[in-house]
Design a protein around this ligand. Sequence first.
Ligand SMILES: [Fe+2]
Ligand SMILES: [Fe+2]
Length: 260
Amino acid sequence: MNAPVVLDPRRCAPDTHVVTTHLPVPGLGLLPVNAFVLRAAEPVLVDLGVTALGGDFASAFAKAVDLEEVRWIWLTHTDHDHVGALDALLAAAPRATLVTTFLGLAKLGLRGPLPAERTRLLAPGERLDVGDRRLLALRPPTFDAPETTGLLDERTGALFCADSFGAPLGAPAERAEDVPVGSLAEGIAAWAGIDAPWLGLTSAGAFEAALEQTRALSPAAVLGSHLPPAGGAMLPALIEALSDARAALASATPAAAACP
Ligand SMILES: [Fe+2]
Ligand SMILES: [Fe+2]
């Protein structure tokens, strides 16, 4: 297996480029790891890639935006596949402010002190004004870290959904639409079991309410951290796959675990 490579930025939605690498998941395939460059009036980076490849992610971002112009670094959460280029970007993007939650800031603080003037706390339901649009912070339907905060670009309708709808795949794909629906659903089920095993403890009704919140956003694009970029028309299939994954996990979850 060759070492993971960080690919050059690709346009994936209006004003939006994706920077991707693929990580091998033994027995399951390749997991895309995406970070995004949003060329708003005040440019935004959404996540910063894999820690072991942080310098490569920083170099790739620089091909899509002048790093000195970056104003915001939105960290959906603090896992090592989302904060990779943090140290490099804090140095290379001196005007950038980190956007995270209260818990996210606390967890980032464990790496070392962050200057207060370079952080902005934002909770789900709040918005960040980036000059020519507002970004709505939201909680995606699944997550593996409680600080997880996705976002909706209210100008383009692009939904950045963090780890939700992630899927290891048999081969890299530029678009989710290029992956056979059955393979995509298998990948989403496998990833949900790994990344959000708590899903099997939820009721169908409670999880459907969470999915309905996502459905109600009517996103024009679904930009997941671990899914090839998808058009909004893919959302019903993605939701169905995640709903089916919940049902499968629930049926496999021992009753004693579900009812302590
Ligand atoms: Fe994660
Ligand atoms: Fe992740």
